[in-house]
Write a new protein. Sequence first.
Length: 256
Amino acid sequence: MESRNPIFSQRGAAGGQPAWAGSAPSVQQLNDMYAAPSYAPPAERAMTIDDVVVRGFMTLGTLVLSAAVAWQLNLGWTLAAPAMIVGLILGLIVSFRQSTNPALILGYSLSYGVAIGVLSHTYNEVFHGIVLQAVLGTMLAFGGMLAVYTLKIFRPTPKFAKFVGGAALAAVGLMLVNWIAGFGLRADNPIGWIFSIAMILLGCFFLLLDFDEIESGVRAGVPARYSWLMAFGLTLSLVWLYLEILRFISYFTDND
């Protein structure tokens, strides 16, 4: 019977003798032969649209469920503020490291969902019915951008991606300056209205970039694990849109 040992299974050039017959192999040769893989590792499956859809439902479902629990239990900002900070940290880690770790991404959804639930409950107490309007507005924006992309009415270009990235950095910078100096960018005035409209448009642009990234990833055959990162990007854009639409509607809603 032929041995399955990698040393004994190697044959010499003649006579069917082991390759090392007549001279003992060195320690390094033995280590090299035993360290050599006995089989090639299976290639990772390529990402599909279905993978992104499933992961998207998981991330959004986690966010919506945690928001609903926070709403029903009427959790105060004592818990919501730390949850928002944790969600922000996890989101930054995923964004900068381009992590595909499901624990980090679902942790972001869970943490930010608690904060959104408390914030939505607070808004709804002041402006009755505003949350439903914001949810419908977010769904319409998502559907509209998906139609624009699917029908090829507009497709993002590298210059467009750079513009959106620069605009996002500028917007975050302006919000930080406004938070410190109080320029009225987030107030109920014409400047606040214009800034909110710009932020809603920026959220729509984010969605177009997300759709393009997903399609490009599927076409390039990236590993399936990257569907988590694509789902995270969609969730991030929808959270941005929802919060901006919620704020914008509040400017034109009478408090009861």
